[in-house]
Unconditional design. Structure first.
Length: 419
C-alpha cells in the first residue's frame, strides 16, 4: 500500500523550519481572534467555564494520545519502509479510538463538577471537543518532516472552525459554536488524513490481544505523558477549587498566554527532531547540542517576554477583569524556560533511547510536587500561589532528567566515534 511521503525526511532544514513555523503561527493567531471575543461575551463565569472545559479536555486528549505524540515522530523518522509506516498509522489510530471511547465520557463527567452552574452543559461540550485532540494526525507528519500535511489536515480545518466560531459568537452572543465546530473540525481533519495515507485497515485483521500488547509496550511513555498532563491541566481547576471564579479566570488568562508561547517550543521541537535523529546524520552530537542550545535561547526569550509583557498582554486580550498579575506571569515565564530546555532532552535523547524510566521519574515527582504545591500555595496565596506551584513542577522535571540526558549524550557521542 502506497503512502504519500510529503516533504520527506531529506527536506532541507531551512525548508522544514519555514513549514513548521508558518503552520503553528497561523494556528496561534486564529485563537487570538476568537478568545478575546469569547472572554468578553461570556463574562468571567463563561471565561472560566470555557477554560476549565479546555483544561479537562486537554488532559483527556493526552490520555487518548497514549504517548504517540512523543514516541510516534521518532518512530516514523527512523522508519523507511512504506508498509511499516502504514502499520504505525493504523496501530496508533486503533489504540486511540479505543481509548477515546472510554476517556471522552469520563472527561465530560469530570467537567460537570468543575463548571460554573450556568455553564454546565457548555463546559461538558468543551471537554469533549478538546479530548478529541488526542486523535490528531500531526505526530505522523512531524516524523515525516511534512508540515504541509499538518496544515491541510489539522491547521486548516481548525482555522476555518475558529474563524466561523468567532463570527457566530460575535453575532449571537452564544459560546456554543466553539465546541460544536471544534468537534467537527477534529473529525474532518482525521478522516482526510486517513485518506491521504491510503486508508490502511484499522480494525480489520487485527486482534484485541495485539492491541493490548501494543498498549502495554507503550505504557511507560503514556504514563509519562499522562502524569505530565496532570500538572499541565491542573492550574485552572485548582485555582477554581482553592479560590474564587474570578481568581481562576485570572489564572486562565495567564495559562492561555503561556500556551500561546509554547507554540514556539513545539515548532522548534518539531523542526529539529527529525533532523537530529536522522539515522545517517554526520556528527549527531553536534546536532543534539545545537537543538539544546536553540531551545535554551528560546526559553530565555519566552521567559522575559511573559514576565515583562504578560500582564499587559492578558489585559489587552482578555479584558481588565480577567488580566493576570505580573508575579503570576513571571512564574509562568520561568516554567516556559524549563519546558523549552527539557524538550530536546526528552524528545531527542531519552525517549528515542527508550530511557523512559528517567522521564517517568521526573514527570511523576514533578506531578506530585507540582499538584501539591499548587493546592497548598493556592490556598495560602491565591492565584499567584497556583502559578508558583506550576513553575515548581516544571523545574523539578528538568532537574531530574538533566543528568540522565547528559549521560545519554555522551553515550551517543561514543557510539558515533566507534562506528
Amino acid at each position: 500500500m502506497k503512502v504519500m511521503r510529503g516533504m520527506g525526511s531529506k527536506s532541507p532544514l531551512l525548508r522544514r523550519f519555514a513549514g513548521f513555523t508558518f503552520v503553528p503561527l497561523v494556528g496561534t493567531l486564529a485563537p487570538l481572534l476568537l478568545l478575546p471575543i469569547a472572554a468578553r461575551v461570556g463574562g468571567i463565569d463563561g471565561w472560566y467555564s470555557l477554560s476549565v472545559g479546555q483544561a479537562v479536555g486537554t488532559f483527556g486528549s493526552i490520555v487518548i494520545s497514549y504517548g504517540w505524540n512523543v514516541l510516534g515522530p521518532a518512530l516514523v523518522a527512523t522508519t523507511s519502509a512504506e508498509e511499516s509506516l502504514s502499520a504505525h498509522w493504523a496501530e496508533s489510530l486503533r489504540e486511540r479510538l479505543l481509548l477515546a471511547a472510554i476517556v471522552v465520557p469520563i472527561a465530560a463527567l469530570i467537567s460537570v463538577f468543575l463548571a460554573s452552574p450556568e455553564y454546565v452543559g457548555f463546559t461538558m461540550a468543551m471537554a469533549v471537543a478538546f479530548s478529541l485532540g488526542g486523535l490528531t494526525p500531526n505526530w505522523y507528519f512531524i516524523g515525516r518532516g511534512d508540515p504541509t500535511s499538518i496544515a491541510l489536515y489539522d491547521m486548516l480545518p481548525k482555522l476555518v472552525a475558529t474563524l466561523l466560531t468567532a463570527l457566530i459568537i460575535f453575532m449571537t452572543g452564544s459560546l456554543w459554536a466553539y465546541p460544536a465546530l471544534w468537534i467537527l473540525s477534529s473529525l474532518v481533519g482525521l478522516l482526510a488524513a486517513h485518506r491521504s495515507v491510503g486508508y490502511p485497515p484499522i480494525f480489520r485483521g487485527s486482534r484485541i490481544s495485539t492491541t493490548l500488547r501494543g498498549l502495554r509496550k507503550r505504557l511507560g511513555v503514556a504514563m509519562i505523558d499522562g502524569l505530565g498532563g496532570v500538572y499541565i491541566s491542573a492550574p485552572v481547576p485548582i485555582a477554581g477549587a482553592t479560590g474564587s471564579i474570578a481568581g481562576a479566570g485570572m489564572i486562565a488568562s495567564a495559562d492561555k498566554l503561556y500556551r500561546f508561547g509554547l507554540i514556539a517550543v513545539t515548532t522548534l521541537g518539531n523542526t529539529l527532531q527529525a533532523w537530529t535523529l536522522e539515522p545517517d546524520a554526520p556528527n549527531p552530537r553536534n546536532r543534539h547540542l545545537g537543538a539544546i542550545l536553540a531551545h535554551t535561547i528560546l526559553g530565555v526569550i519566552g521567559m522575559c517576554g511573559l514576565g515583562l509583557l504578560g500582564e499587559f498582554a492578558t489585559s489587552l486580550l482578555f479584558g481588565a477583569e480577567a488580566k493576570a498579575t505580573g508575579a503570576a506571569m513571571w512564574y509562568y515565564g520561568i516554567a516556559f524556560l524549563a519546558v523549552s530546555s527539557s524538550t530536546p532532552l526528552i524528545r531527542n535523547l531519552l525517549v528515542p533511547a527508550f530511557k523512559t524510566r528517567f522521564v517517568l521519574a521526573g514527570t511523576s515527582i514533578g506531578a506530585l510536587v507540582g499538584v501539591a504545591s499548587m493546592f497548598v500555595l493556592g490556598n495560602a496565596a491565591g492565584p499567584e500561589g497556583v502559578a508558583l506551584g506550576f513553575m515548581i513542577s516544571e523545574l523539578v522535571l528538568l532537574f531530574i532528567i538533566a543528568p540522565a540526558s547528559v549521560g545519554q549524550l555522551l553515550l551517543t557521542d561514543r557510539e558515533a566515534s566507534a562506528s
